[in-house]
Design a protein around this ligand. Structure first.
Ligand code: AMP
Length: 489
């Protein structure tokens, strides 16, 4: 039975804020996480963007801040909550949620990420804030400049912890943990539970409550998924044709590479479809502008790589197009999670040529269903087209620009440590390498891992299928032990 926000123990100010946003019922993750966080204990939560996880931690944190005012007498308000996110977009989005959910509360927040001027962030921190939402790299820049003091942090949240590890942030994260008080509440949110996440959870969390919700849309409720077969060289033309003939608006299109995203956006613009590319090589200003134009409806198509799209929250996005299929099958689930939010329906279409077929089979194995194949008149694929190796360019989990610079600046001693800590994704960022499309399971990094130990396809760890509110409360996440020692606490 679902409890209301009031029944979960939230204050009138918070309930009013979410009611004004149109939320009527807490989502599955909120039902479980809110009481757990209010109780003051640690939490390990398996949930990804789209499940309502942000409110799952922001609401109870705001409530705790309101109920236990900061010790008085300090000249500047101490930072009491630190929320770490892997990407700038997610930091901005979580910061926005803090603002919205806290609009009738007194807590103040600063959003700290790279790619933009540091000065306004310094000004905000100087004024004193209760909550800092940050990407690890820029946060450490502030630490280096002594513009942030983390010694009073009461609650640490790691949002999308798996992606932070994928992006090579572990060394930076450890440096941040070392600056925090040992006695604190720690909340770890992750979409997947790799060995590295378990190790991190074991080292950071003390007797955590554990909750997991079905990856949104891994149940594929509400999302119509189909495959359109097409020749390799005609994908752009077919996409422009589908957009114009169907009169589609607000499309998110995924490409595998940044270069591919640029090329496709250029092609679409030439063919009467307004499009912008969003990826890690774009300046933060360009990324923010593209996203706001897309959200406001003035931009028809956003072409994105997986990392850039991670954490984007665009409500009621009707169409997601996989122009290229991802190398990592789990990324397919993340991608289609951009559509059919909040019970709406949406459509995910994959354009598949001969090269993509083995990736398609990997995805269908993961989601445990076969998608219908279609052919668009005038774009019939040549049945004799041979699969060509897919050039795997830089890893999709390549660090953001600012982080790369910091890693280059890092001392040699730390470099050695980075390498050993980043072993599972040592191929990320390597020069382009050709992967035979027929052997995608031989691809390095997470795709290889996911075949070796398929976290999503094991019946024991598979979230229960059902509607979006389906939830499995987990007390036995494999490999998670209660820590006998707690490094970094
Ligand atoms: P998140 O997973 O936190 O990124 O949230 C995904 C989307 O769900 C956001 O657009 C939220 O505004 C929305 N959302 C969060 N909680 C609820 C709720 N209880 N009811 C309806 N929408 C919600």
């Amino acid at each position: 039975m679902s409890l209301s926000f009031e029944a979960l123990g939230l204050s009138e100010a918070l309930v009013r804020a979410v009611t004004e946003l149109g939320y009527t019922t807490p989502t599955a993750i909120q039902q479980q996480a809110i009481p757990a966080v209010l109780s003051g204990g640690d939490l390990l939560a398996g949930a990804q963007t789209g499940t309502g996880k942000t409110a799952g931690f922001v609401l109870p944190i705001l409530q705790r801040l309101a109920m236990q005012p900061a010790p008085s007498g300090k000249s500047r308000k101490p930072v009491r909550v630190l929320i770490l996110t892997p990407t700038r977009e997610l930091a901005a989005q979580v910061g926005e949620s803090v603002r919205e959910y806290g609009k009738h509360s007194k807590a103040s927040a600063a959003i700290i990420y790279g790619g933009v001027s540091i000065n306004p962030q310094i000004t905000a921190l100087r004024r004193g804030v209760d909550i800092v939402v940050a990407t690890p790299g820029r946060l450490l820049d502030h630490v280096g400049q002594r513009t942030v003091d983390l010694s009073q942090v009461e609650v640490l949240v790691l949002d999308e912890a798996d992606r932070m590890l994928d992006m090579g942030f572990l060394p930076d994260m450890k440096r941040v943990f070392a600056l925090l008080p040992r006695a604190r509440q720690t909340l770890l949110f992750s979409a997947t539970f790799s060995e590295e996440i378990r190790t991190l959870a074991n080292s950071l969390l003390k007797n955590p409550a554990m909750v997991q919700v079905a990856a949104r849309n891994s149940t594929v409720e509400g999302v119509t998924q189909r495959v359109v077969l097409v020749d390799r060289g005609r994908k752009s033309e077919l996409l422009a044709h589908m957009i114009t003939t169907n009169n589609w608006f607000q499309l998110l299109v995924f490409t595998r590479t940044k270069h591919g995203a640029n090329r496709l956006a250029e092609f679409l613009n030439k063919h009467g479809v307004t499009a912008l590319a969003i990826h890690g090589n774009k300046s933060q200003g360009a990324r923010t502008r593209a996203l706001s134009e897309f959200k406001s409806g003035t931009l028809q198509t956003l072409v994105a790589t997986d990392i850039a799209a991670r954490g984007l929250d665009i409500e009621l996005l009707p169409h997601v197009i996989n122009f290229d299929l991802p190398h990592v099958p789990e990324d397919y689930v993340h991608r289609i999670g951009r559509t059919a939010r909040a019970g709406a329906t949406g459509e995910a279409i994959s354009l598949v040529c001969a090269d993509d077929k083995s990736l398609l089979l990997d995805i269908e194995r993961l989601i445990r269903r076969q998608m219908p194949r279609e052919i668009v008149a005038g774009f019939e694929p040549n049945p004799h087209e041979r699969a060509e190796p897919i050039v795997r360019q830089r890893g999709s989990a390549k660090p953001e620009r600012g982080q790369r610079e910091r890693q280059q600046r890092a001392a040699p001693r730390r470099d050695t440590q980075h390498r050993s800590e980043q072993q599972p994704q040592k191929n990320h960022g390597q020069p382009a390498r050709a992967q035979p499309a027929t052997k995608s399971h031989a691809a390095p990094t997470r795709s290889a891992e996911s075949h070796a130990k398929p976290q999503h396809s094991k019946p024991s760890s598979q979230p229960r299928r059902g509607n979006d509110n389906s939830m499995t409360v987990r007390t036995n996440i494999p490999g998670l032990q209660q820590p006998s020692h707690r490094r970094g606490r």
